[in-house]
Ligand binder design. Structure first.
Ligand code: SAM
Length: 315
């Protein structure tokens, strides 16, 4: 084909959008094959399309049309400030989980402020207080939450625990893609919930964060086929009631947290009342449920022991 006969990116984009029934997805795939960002695509629309990139786009459009999630077709997806590799080894990180990570970061910021007050009132500065803040991401999957925490802080160490070796292999890819100053603070352990926690962290955690499976077995057949066929069953389904993982994580939290530490747990909106009840019954003195970006009850935050009064509180 001569340069004159070549289709423009605009025409290629229109064809892809019509095949996919989504101009947004067509743009994302076009950005991928053209190696451009959104602004670059906008500037290139009337330029002739590169034939090799057009062939590549046709393959991606076909994969998407056959039911693969857009995230798997692209092979990467953004989560807060980072770009993660995503594939069938672990759940594709969801937007509501970005909110969960934000609450974990807020609890860690609270603990950081409390530590300063504790240090100021203890001129001896015990080694425990001088150490980095400690968190665990239970059911780390792709490592999304842990990667976000170590990327957005400089003093938090996170252990990511998962029972799936495949998920852990993907989490390792994501960790190793971070700036080494962040990656060095993220360790991975294969295990069942708190069973994977290193002994020295038991009773010393500043934050437990988890997005556990929370669907009931009977909900699985009714899920969107794109989810059912491409996300791992064990990442989504907890058991007959859907509350099994939440119960285990709440029950183990008081023994795993250090003074002032908090549990930040993603839940399904309908589990709001039961999740509050579980945390209260386990002795938590502070129990809150925060909403996701769609306004749905989504994040249980629970605390069992007070930390030092922050400087703002003590004024
Ligand atoms: C909903 S996915 C969350 C993945 C990731 N944290 C995220 O938010 O995208 C739940 C994760 O919990 C893991 N998991 C399920 N049961 C577990 C158990 N008993 N112990 C540890 N991890 C478990 C699954 O393998 C899966 O990776």
């Amino acid at each position: 084909m001569s340069q004159v006969d070549q289709a423009t990116w605009r025409a290629v984009l229109a064809r892809a959008a019509s095949a996919l029934g989504s101009s947004l997805e067509a743009r994302r795939l076009l950005e991928e094959v053209a190696g451009l960002d959104a602004a670059g695509v906008a500037l290139a629309l009337d330029a002739p399309a590169d034939p090799a990139a057009v062939r590549c786009l046709a393959l991606l459009v076909e994969r998407r049309r056959s039911g693969e999630p857009i995230q798997h077709v692209l092979g990467h997806w953004s989560f807060r400030t980072i770009e993660l590799t995503v594939d069938a080894r672990a759940l594709v990180p969801r937007p509501e989980t970005e909110v969960v990570a934000g609450h974990a970061l807020a609890e860690l910021a609270r603990r950081r402020a409390e530590r300063r007050v504790e240090d100021a009132s203890d001129p001896g500065h015990s080694p425990r207080r001088a150490a980095a803040l400690a968190a665990v991401d239970l059911g780390t999957g792709s490592g999304a939450i842990a990667c976000a925490i170590v990327s957005e802080t400089s003093d938090v160490r996170v252990v990511g625990v998962d029972s799936s070796s495949e998920a852990l292999a993907l989490a390792a890819v994501n960790r190793d893609g971070l700036d080494p100053r962040a990656a060095d603070r993220f360790a991975l352990v294969e295990g069942e919930w708190y069973g994977g926690l290193p002994v020295d962290l038991r009773g010393a955690l500043d934050c437990i964060v988890a997005n556990p499976p929370y669907l009931a077995e009977q909900e699985w057949p009714g899920l969107d086929p794109v989810v059912r066929e491409h996300d791992p069953y064990a990442a989504l389904v907890a058991g007959p009631s859907g509350l099994e993982a939440i119960e285990a994580i709440v029950a183990g939290a008081p023994a795993a947290l250090g003074p002032g530490g908090a549990l930040v747990l993603e839940i399904a909106p309908a589990q709001n009342v039961e999740a509050r009840r579980l945390a209260t019954a386990a002795g938590a003195f502070r129990v809150e449920v925060a909403r996701d970006l769609a306004g749905r009850d989504r994040v249980l935050v629970a605390q069992w022991t007070p930390g030092a009064r922050s400087s703002r509180q003590s004024r």
